[in-house]
Ligand binder design. Structure first.
Ligand code: HEC
Length: 133
């Protein structure tokens, strides 16, 4: 009898550890606060909280935007062509681009080597999303 009770306790503990683990591996989820820190790498050239262009176009509302179409920014011919060819910024295309800008958009004038860490990109996209509707 006593053994049976202990067994149930063990099961309960095992079940709750199991239930908590998806939260822990929430490494898959984007953390916008961490993304704000990653964005410092972009902030020399990009503003996200307003429509102002700097060296690079404003990233306000970038998710869902056709590449090369922010008003009053002098894009490279490559970026405009990519947009005309159907490139729209969403999670997947941003991930590719941020990994290696010059591979995704050959001839882009964005002088940035890219982010190697997937989690950094995930967090960054979560941050950018806050400024996209
Ligand atoms: C050294 C300056 C610089 C840095 C750093 C930089 N960018 Fe850029 N970015 C640019 C320029 C310039 C363009 C325009 C590229 C073109 O026209 O080919 C651009 C374009 C983009 C575009 C395409 C926007 C559009 O309207 O089509 C995205 C998205 C982008 N950058 C995201 C980022 C992110 C996110 C980071 C940080 C991880 C970053 N960039 C870092 C200069 C920079």
């Amino acid at each position: 009898m006593r053994f049976a009770v202990d067994y149930r306790v063990v099961l309960l503990i095992a079940a709750s550890v199991f239930a908590l683990s998806p939260g822990k591996s929430g490494a898959q989820e984007g953390d916008a606060n961490a993304g704000a820190v990653v964005f410092k790498k972009c902030a020399t050239c990009h503003i996200v909280d307003s429509d102002t262009n700097k060296v690079g176009p404003s990233l306000n509302g970038v998710l869902g935007r056709k590449a090369g179409t922010h008003p009053d920014f002098a894009y490279s011919a490559s970026m405009k062509a990519a947009g005309d060819g159907g490139l729209v910024w969403d999670e997947a295309t941003l991930r590719d681009y941020l990994h290696n800008p010059r591979v995704k958009v050959k001839g882009t004038k964005m002088a940035f080597v890219g982010l190697k860490d997937d989690q950094e990109i995930t967090d960054l996209i979560a941050y950018l999303k806050q400024y996209s509707k």
